[in-house]
Design a protein around this ligand. Structure first.
Ligand code: CA
Length: 501
């Protein structure tokens, strides 16, 4: 949704970087396996003090522990950067290991030949390493830049090492759902997703107005094809919106999409109960527009609040029940982007959020018998992971800017490492669509993408018209034409798809 995208841009970057610190257990075992089979080879080391500088960046020697003759410092204002000219011997994937220090957590931009490659995360008071993983570089000369985002770091040096190959095991995902009573439809859909995971990518598009709505129609106009997945939102069914006259046909749109042979995903911008709204009622999913204390509710210090949340869940369960009874399986992504904190369900920290997630899972699964749900967890930080028994798929939301078609392999691999063994990882929301050729090349085989609605697909005008501000028309057509991409036209009859356990 465009009205809160801007906030997401900055906060998402931060959320993604913070999770670097929390990817413990899964990463360890992957690394242990890798140690047996793979040893990275250093192919270059470059001192920052010998690199090119822009803006306020300069050489200094006041902080001890550096290598070479000093380090680069002075990352103070936008445009301040340190640019390494590097030579790469052969085409391939490389990890960029930066040694830096700062007085507290800092994040700065890393780009390769002008294209965003990830973030340099600095969190140590001594010079320490932080990697941007799996950057593809062709043989020859390249420019690797560290540019000010938060600034205020000392940058000592850059090592370039060969990247660990992708373990093909990360794509071998069991189709078994966490709900032991999952419906046949849900099992068939998950089996289909698992059978394609690692080789194919499903296309997806959010469109509030359903399969015949604006965003779907403009994508069809540009590409000649229909997105495999229709993204919808339960937002308007939230009681605190319904009491202001909000209305929705999202459930009916979902039934139609399924009848048309497509797949449905739902998020829920949960508008908080009216009691807690402090700003405009229609912004009631934002932390800033509410005074709800989720920790108090989950700790039993606000019993009325607990009852109000249960009433909201009841309203949502009624809609999901309609879908269950119509035999529609749902890629269900509640309580999304929690760790960012910009939505109220993420504003009281990880523990309160996890309690609410588990409570929601329990109510919808065990009380309402919603066995048509495939649970997509979108907390975006390993510390916020509620447990394997509540999660089927891991979703990441990424808004990289305009015309940025990189595969986002760094974030993909981070998400793969949230769990051990890995779960299916999908791009549950995106602005720009990543290039499927780059996903295949980089091994960032997101199970699907699902472009957000509004400006990310369509112009804000009555006539249905594609907006190329984020993904250009020719790029979108090329992506939808890619052999690795599944559109609605490619989907077999899922009601008869063989169940794989
Ligand atoms: Ca140095």
């Amino acid at each position: 949704m465009s009205r809160y995208t801007e906030q997401m841009f900055s906060a998402l970057t931060l959320a993604a970087a913070l999770c670097l610190t929390g990817c413990g257990a899964g990463a360890a075992s992957t690394d242990e396996r890798a140690e047996e089979e793979f040893e990275s080879v250093q192919i270059g080391e470059y001192e920052a003090e010998d690199a090119a500088f822009t803006g306020h960046v300069h050489k200094d020697t006041g902080t001890s522990g550096y290598s070479g003759t000093g380090y680069a410092t002075g990352f103070e204002e936008d445009g301040d950067s340190c640019v390494f000219s590097v030579q790469i011997p052969e085409d391939g994937f490389y990890d960029l290991r930066f040694y830096s220090t700062g007085d507290s957590y800092k994040e700065n931009y890393v780009s390769v030949d002008g294209e965003a490659a990830g973030s340099l995360v600095t969190e140590s008071a001594q010079f320490d390493v932080s990697s941007v993983e799996r950057v593809y570089m062709a043989a020859g000369d390249h420019e690797i830049a560290v540019a000010k985002y938060w600034g205020w770091i000392d940058l000592d040096r850059l090592q370039i090492v060969t990247a660990e190959p992708i373990d093909p095991g990360i794509y071998e995902i069991p189709a078994k759902l966490c709900n032991a009573d999952a419906s046949e439809e849900a099992k068939r859909l998950m089996s289909y997703l698992c059978d394609n995971y690692g080789t194919k990518i499903l296309s997806g598009q959010y469109c509030d107005s359903g399969p015949a709505g604006k965003e779907i129609q403009v994508v069809k106009k540009v590409t000649g094809k229909t997105p495999a997945i229709l993204g919808l939102d339960l937002i308007e069914y939230s009681p605190s919106r319904a009491e202001h006259g909000s209305d929705s046909s999202a459930t009916q749109f979902a039934v139609k999409q399924w009848e048309d042979g497509g797949i449905v995903t739902f998020c829920w911008h949960w508008n908080a109960p009216s009691k807690y709204l402090t700003g405009e009622w229609y912004k009631g999913f934002y932390t800033d527009s509410t005074n709800i204390d989720l920790a108090a509710i989950m700790d039993g210090r606000d019993e009325e609040g607990y009852e109000l949340l249960m009433q909201d869940i009841d309203a949502i369960a009624q809609q999901l029940t309609i879908l269950r009874d119509a035999g529609v399986p749902v890629l269900w992504r509640p309580l999304h982007e929690a760790s960012g904190g910009w939505f109220w369900w993420g504003a009281s920290g990880a523990e309160a959020y996890k309690k609410l997630y588990v409570l929601l899972y329990d109510r919808l699964t065990n009380e309402y018998g919603l066995n048509n749900l495939i649970w997509v967890w979108n907390g975006q930080d390993a510390e916020w992971y509620p447990g394997d028994e509540y999660v089927d798929i891991i979703g990441e939301d990424i808004y990289p800017g305009e015309h940025v078609y990189t595969s986002q392999v760094n974030k993909y691999l981070q998400a793969v490492r949230y769990t051990d063994p890995p779960k299916m990882v999908v791009l549950s929301e995106n602005g720009c669509v990543p290039d499927p050729d780059l996903m295949v090349r980089d091994g960032a085989m997101w199970g699907f993408w699902c472009t957000w609605g509004g400006e990310f697909a369509a112009k804000d005008m009555a006539i249905f018209s594609y907006n190329d501000q984020y993904t250009q028309e020719d790029a979108l057509k090329r992506f939808y034409d890619n052999d690795a991409v599944i559109t609605l036209e490619d989907i077999p009859d899922l009601s008869a798809y063989p169940i794989r356990e």
